[in-house]
Design a protein around this ligand. Structure first.
Ligand code: AMP
Length: 192
């Protein structure tokens, strides 16, 4: 089963992906985590994307498409993967379609975790306190920029999947467990 978890920063994509990893044996592919790892270990790619990431902008489509294309070919993805934070632009969504077709793979579901902006500010503030500001982009100023980027560049990806009849929405204001239950119901419908 190959799925996309979609939603604004702080919607809980990472948390939900982790549950699906544990319960369904899927692999979580978070472009944000992969880029942070590159940035923190100071690789050439990491140095290239550092300033863009820290300011809350998107890194180039070419970079993230390349990362995902390589990653989904790894043997651990054979049982299925969860895309978390990708695609984030329309060209990324189109590139994903092409790469899946080339590799003989398909998407089973696209799930949008919906959370209003004011709740996201509250959550990011809590995450910044809990992690002692570990993420330089967990500040109200950078979140404002990340949300602007989300509304301008990422939200327009939704109609792309909606037109294909693949988009399902869950209420991200509910508890973690209830969001998980909503997602599992969708996945059970998709696989059955
Ligand atoms: P995230 O942890 O998903 O919020 O990602 C953190 C940062 O990594 C984003 O603010 C972007 O700078 C970068 N990033 C992650 N995924 C993508 C993507 N699919 N396209 C472009 N930039 C991305």
């Amino acid at each position: 089963m190959n799925i996309i978890l979609f939603g604004p920063p702080g919607a809980g994509k990472g948390t939900q992906a982790q549950v699906l990893v544990d319960d369904y044996g899927l692999v979580q592919l978070s472009t944000g985590d992969m880029l942070r790892e590159a940035r923190d270990s100071g690789t050439e790619l990491g140095n290239k994307v550092k300033d863009i990431m820290d300011s809350g902008q998107l890194v180039s489509d070419e970079i993230v498409v390349g990362i995902i294309s390589e990653r989904i070919e790894q043997p651990d993805c054979a049982n299925g993967f969860i895309l978390d934070g990708f695609p984030r632009t329309r060209p990324q969504a189109e590139a994903l379609d092409h790469m899946l077709e080339d590799k003989g793979l398909r998407l089973d579901a696209v799930i949008m975790i919906e959370v209003p902006d004011d709740e996201l500010f509250r959550r990011i503030d809590t995450r910044a306190k809990e992690t002692d500001g570990a993420r330089p982009d967990d500040t109200p100023e950078v979140l404002r920029r990340r949300l602007d980027v989300y509304h301008q560049q990422t939200a327009p990806v939704l109609p792309y999947y909606d037109q294909k009849g693949m988009l399902k929405t869950v209420d991200g204001l509910e508890s973690v467990g209830s969001v998980t239950a909503q997602i599992k119901e969708i996945l059970e419908g998709a696989s059955g």
